[in-house]
Design a protein around this ligand. Sequence first.
Ligand code: ATP
Ligand code: MG
Length: 435
Amino acid sequence: MSGSKQITAIKGMNDILPPASARWEWLEDVVRRVMAQHAYRNVRTPIMELTQLYTRGLGEVTDIVEKEMYAFEDRADQHGRADHLALRPEGTAGLVRAVAEHNLLYDGGKRLFYMGPMFRRERPQRGRYRQFHQIGAEALGFGGPEVDAELILLAVALWRELGLTGWRLELNSLGQPDERREHRAALVAYLQAHHDQLDEDARRRLHSNPLRILDTKNPAMQALVEGAPKLLDYLGEASRRHFAAVQAILAAAGVSWHINPRLVRGLDYYNLTVFEFVTDRLGAQGTICGGGRYDYLIEQIGGKPAPAVGWALGVERVLELLQEEGVHTLEPVPDAYAIIPDAAALPQAMRCLQQLRALGVAVQMHAGSGEGMGSMKSQFKRADASGARHALIFGADELAAGEVTVKALRDGAGAQLRQPLAQPDAWADILKSTA
Ligand code: ATP
Ligand code: MG
């Protein structure tokens, strides 16, 4: 096939390779630990769903559904019927679909989390990709403000465990649908009165999704949206009480926040509390985590009505912020590197290595090029490069005596000791890293 054009990955979709992948694994481990501490349990849903899950769940006039979704028609079955499928652009709709489909709330509320790739056809740039990864936490079946606060505190605990500091929390309340309707009428009237100042996007949204106009990034419209009627002024007693209760819990927990009346979130399904964790250190892609309450979504996709609240964070952005802040993670290194001078020793050596691994030792074995095992010198060079603290030498002398040489490569480099080949449990512990 010489002369064929090199095949590359799809634009905006990245390979995650060592050593960077170690940071991903570390982050995922921290997430699993923090989720367990808060009693959130893992859910894995398919990467594709019926397109209508998103058109119904996210709203027809959201950025995602209007222009970002990878949606296509499947091949027809024998009756000529074809499903409309979409790669998931976010995780909440699929999780809620699964919760409703399997009636998970029959015995009370559930606390759940997910992690995985999401797909949006956006213009790739720093912090914005076409395949990106989200981690999300969702609490379903709980209507009280304490769960909104719990989720925010869960995110704060996660930042603490990751060592992430450069963020701030923005909060808003979107109230309930009737309150939003009243505000919407006032907002549309206000925007109509300033129709000449609206950009093309805003004119298009004026009747379909005027709330989103408040979220505009167009500098020319900032003054206009600053002066727009604020949803917070339209909240009724119950909504205000809910919002106040969330804030009281955050205050007692020592978490500070800003009220951002223009925080409306990109999706239609939110009500009451909405929040974002933002940073100034990642340029325009400054939102690392966003979420809120979505009490009407389950019903909207055909499930039994139940309240819900959740958030999703962008893994790429969180990792990039950690990098900006100089948070370092350890590279995984093997405890030992097995040097095998002659291929004849492989069966015995590899049997020993399997036993060591079963005893909890991380071992990297030297592998040859196919033309034998390579010189001792080159094997030792590899051993050094691996970062292992010990070399295991399976030489002919050693094997003849039923032994293996354990040689220190770092602390006390050079020191070596013969050990019985058949009893790795007697000496495996000296190989394990003490760090
Ligand atoms: P933005 O305003 O930056 O487009 P969004 O409101 O579309 O964000 P959400 O749908 O709330 O984002 O997704 C939650 C998080 O997922 C975001 O806060 C962000 O960290 C991350 N995220 C969203 N879209 C992308 C993307 N295309 N590439 C990388 N991360 C993303
Ligand atoms: Mg977006």
